[in-house]
Design a protein around this ligand. Sequence first.
Ligand SMILES: NC(=O)c1ccc[n+]([C@@H]2O[C@H](COP(=O)([O-])OP(=O)(O)OC[C@H]3O[C@@H](n4cnc5c(N)ncnc54)[C@H](O)[C@@H]3O)[C@@H](O)[C@H]2O)c1
Length: 255
Amino acid sequence: MPGKVDGRVALVTGGGSGIGRATSLKFASEGARVVVADIVPQAGEDTAKIIRDAGGEALSTHVDVTDEASVGSMVEFVVSEYGRLDCAHNNAGILGPVAEFTEYSREDYDRVINVNVTGVWLCMQAELRQMLVQDPPDGGHSIVNTASVAGLVGSPTIPAYSVSKHAVVGMTNSAARSYGARGIRVNSVCPSLIDTPLAQPLYENTESETRMRLRQAIGRFGKVEDVAATVVWLSSPDAAFITGVPMRVDGGSLA
Ligand SMILES: NC(=O)c1ccc[n+]([C@@H]2O[C@H](COP(=O)([O-])OP(=O)(O)OC[C@H]3O[C@@H](n4cnc5c(N)ncnc54)[C@H](O)[C@@H]3O)[C@@H](O)[C@H]2O)c1
């Protein structure tokens, strides 16, 4: 049986770890050729090798999503290797310090905004330019940005992160409205707490871990595979009429 994204070319940023690695693996297991991009080249290559060892098709490339030239080279690499770009998952992101609003330094604020907002913006620009000169595949081209539940509601302990993820939802929706009629769907996923290196500072002790877990209606933290399955489904023809949706993958925590 063909996979959900059979024969498509998928690009994942931040694919060397956590959610990005899981999405890369899921894209590959559903039939896509995958380019794994990360600021840590070895991490990206490790993900690509896992895919190749399992019989899939994948390459890795270095990217710093805050650097426009580096983002341009990443998309050029995808097109030079695989001829086109059908699905993009703009996922690279950082948490920044866990600190109250008034305690946040300007430097930390700028760093979070630079990676999480400007990084996604630059990736979307380069990807959209490429997609606009291609014929869309069945169900349209797809861009999925990783936002967060912190992009839908306020977050007292990670305020700059919350600002950044609200911006991701906003730029996703703007692009969805601009490009829907031209065969490009743009959605975001909004995970709650997912067990990855990024989330470790949020549950530094058993008490906060228990509190965070109880906030999920489903009673457990999310898994990277929960997010990966959603991203790949949103990228597939099954989601052909879905664009501009900030999709919660949050175990019901905001229900
Ligand atoms: N883990 C969670 O609880 C959670 C919840 C909601 C949203 N998210 C979001 O999911 C995304 C992935 O996070 P994760 O939890 O898998 O974290 P992670 O730290 O495991 O992975 C993040 C990856 O992004 C890469 N990266 C960081 N800065 C980069 C840059 N400038 N250019 C290119 N790559 C860069 C890192 O090297 C790493 O491989 C992030 O956008 C994060 O904000 C995570």
